[in-house]
Write a protein that binds this ligand. Structure first.
Ligand SMILES: Nc1nc2c(ncn2[C@@H]2O[C@H](COP(=O)(O)OP(=O)(O)OP(=O)(O)O)[C@@H](O)[C@H]2O)c(=O)[nH]1
Length: 330
């Protein structure tokens, strides 16, 4: 393909607002379970292991860089897993056992630790719990799983994943921030299946996928869908995919929405190859992690400043009311 025809960047500026009622409820249930009004402040105080699941779908050889950067810039432990095939799950069991032993107080005879599994919808939280259970206590499925986001709707009871020391897990509904500020990041999240597809434009998600395929110079779609020439134009691409899968509307027109859905589904199953959508070159990771920390700090500072300002305004109102009352007495 003529490289001049390939887009240099994916341009998209629509903000997807994705915070359905059940997600707000999920966050509330999680916070209640943690005896806190808000999830974020309490979560920051707890020990945390970041699990990047579905590692089998990611670009091979990219894990070490992410683990190293998280440790270096945040002091944060992370692990990459494939919950469907129990890959690296033993490492999590070892981590949990170590934490459980370390948290024991002198008076406690039996060690018991409860760990909450929190994450975005459809990332494989329930699958991971089932995998941990298979490895830890050699027992079968305890948490329901499914390919669409929003399978787990409530914060259920505890699920045992280790006998000695005793470790229990709590499955939770998928949650995430109310809206993602960067529209292209939101499209990436949608492509992975964490946002219900109909909320974002499926054809835009498919277009982003085409962009990624061409960026990677991966033209295997030609052979897969019988396409003669590579293209970076979704309007040229989708009809050919629709033709290949026989997606037609009543009047015989190609059904582009069905073609887009099909492509996205193939991507999520790993049929189009392995992808890591974020820039994980060391300098990009460093930039991301530093900006993220600065953002969090400035959000906290802003909240504090807002509270002080709110109190100042309230005091002013009270003072004025008092003055008015005093005036009326004269
Ligand atoms: N390829 C791959 N698929 C996975 C992996 N883990 C889970 N899945 C699949 O991803 C889908 C979602 O898995 P769940 O375990 O239901 O995800 P969840 O995070 O509990 O989902 P919610 O309940 O919606 O929040 C299912 O179709 C799983 O089979 C993995 O490591 N690799």
């Amino acid at each position: 393909m003529n490289p001049l025809n390939v887009r240099r960047a994916f341009v998209y500026d629509k903000i997807i607002n994705w915070f359905p009622g059940h997600m707000a409820k999920g966050l509330r249930l999680i916070s209640e379970k943690l005896n806190s009004v808000q999830f974020e402040p309490i979560a920051l105080k707890k020990d945390r292991l970041i699990v990047y699941n579905k590692a089998d779908l990611a670009l091979p050889g990219t894990e070490a860089a992410v683990i190293k950067a998280l440790k270096e810039f945040k002091g944060q432990d992370a692990v990459f897993t494939n919950a469907n095939e129990d890959v690296n799950v033993k490492g999590i069991i070892r981590y949990l056992a170590k934490k459980a032993k370390a948290s024991r107080t002198a008076s406690e005879k039996e060690l018991t630790t409860t760990v909450m599994v929190v994450g975005m919808p459809n990332v494989g939280k329930s699958s991971l719990i089932n995998s941990l259970r298979r490895i830890g206590v050699k027992k079968g499925k305890a948490a329901p799983t499914g390919a669409i986001p929003g399978i787990t709707r409530t914060v259920a009871g505890t699920i045992k994943v280790l006998d000695s020391p005793k470790v229990y897990l709590i499955d939770t509904p998928g949650v995430m921030i109310p809206h993602i500020a960067d529209p292209v990041s939101a499209i990436k999240v949608a492509l992975t299946g964490a946002i219900s597809d109909h909320l974002s434009d499926e054809e835009v998600i498919a277009d982003y996928l085409l962009f990624q395929l061409n960026q990677a110079q991966d033209y295997s779609y030609m052979e897969l869908y019988n396409i003669k020439e590579p293209t970076d134009d979704i309007k040229v691409f989708l009809p050919q995919v629709a033709k290949y899968i026989g997606a037609l509307k009543k009047g015989g027109e190609y059904n582009l929405a069905t073609a887009a859905q099909f492509l996205v589904k193939q991507y999520r199953l790993g049929k189009l190859g392995k992808f890591t959508l974020d820039d994980i070159r060391p300098e990009a990771l460093e930039q991301f992690l530093i900006t993220e920390t600065e953002d969090a700090v400035s959000r906290r500072q802003q909240k504090k400043a807002d509270k002080i300002e709110e109190r100042r305004i309230q005091r002013q109102i009270q003072q004025r009311k008092w003055e008015e009352r005093e005036q009326s007495k004269l």
